[in-house]
Design a protein around this ligand. Sequence first.
Ligand code: HAM
Length: 420
Amino acid sequence: MITKPKGTTDITGNDALLWEYVNQVVSTMAQTYNYEFIRTPVFESSELFHRSVGETSDIVQKETYDFKDKGDRNLTLRPEGTAGVVRSYIENKCYAEPDVKKYYYNETMYRYERPQTGRMREFTQFGVEVLGSNDPLVDAEVISFQYYILNALHIENLQVNINSLGDAESRLNYKEALVKYLEPHINNLCEDCRERFKTNPLRILDCKVDADSEILKNAPKTIDYLNKESKERFETVLKYLDILDVDYEVNPRIVRGLDYYDHTVFEIVSLDNMDTKANVLGAGGRYNKLIKELDGPESYGIGWACGMDRIINMLKEINLYKDVKKQVECYVMYVSEEEKMYALEITQNLRLNGVVTETDCLNKGLKGQFKQADRLNAKLLVILNNEDLSKGLVNIKDNATKDEEKVDLDEVVEQVIGRL
Ligand code: HAM
């Protein structure tokens, strides 16, 4: 038997119902916030991720799916969505448009990780990227958008953990302080951290091996090294988040594991889900230097991504699928071949008029059809028999009250809709 590759999953049954439900909430909310849908390629040139996510990040060092195509090009399955969106923004010269670009996406990502709950090799992220504005209002808008999407999905006790890395000058000051602090301790950290110390000391702070070490817990905090401008900017973002009623906590430990961030960085957790390793439902930040680094003009960007798989796990924990159970509105029942032809036509007409309709396709008897209608939670039954049909009539039965009425065959669609 051929089985699925390690770290991938089939989305079926109740998970699939929740999946569709989340997609629907995300796209509806995206419309109300005026974000446009974007889809970028599943593979991009490898260089794009090396230059954006960062040469020394865990993702690029250990986790990308790289391959050469038949034309000898170095390609990589996208490990995250920001790089592709920014590449598209630059390549299509969207920066020349008069307004900011507000994108949302919902796509599979690929990282060669050690699979565990909420950590897959193929996973789906929905996310947003806003390009072209450095206004702290945008930071507050994107963070509140993430917060209220999860809120709309009935995930409770949400908290946004937020921090600022500051501008280039602040980050340089911080890097110096961090190096000075880490130097005497470096031999007590893991081999990867010793290497990161030489190449990119900031990445030591999101090391998965040394995460709980006292050395890292006592490391200097980025917010203590913000220059005046960066500090004021961060305070304004927090003020706007207060206005938008977002529950946040300033957490100076957050740096996020991607190199492109500056200023605001954040992650969102549900406090109901504190003990699991995969409790970060979504994360993001500002990346003002990235557009220039990818050969675009001086511009600004901020965004976030939420892990669909983690959110589905959370919704399963709170048993939400009970509320999004599939419901068929009408089930059309028949026995003879002649009745079947009517059933086929009536089913089609109901569907084309927007009624969720099913009929038998396994030649079940009436008893079996009643059972299937119950399994599908059908509200109404349209029951056909030759005798009634010869008089131009059909039976409509309410499957809850069991009330039954004969109606004109020609009016069956209107009659069904009127009873729903
Ligand atoms: P990230 O922190 O790498 O950020 O991932 C964002 C979210 O994706 C995580 O919080 C988690 O929910 C989910 N996630 C990440 N890796 C996995 C995995 N292996 N399995 C399941 N879920 C996972 C980014 O990807 C940035 N591009 C976010 C961003 C957008 N920053 C600015 N714009």
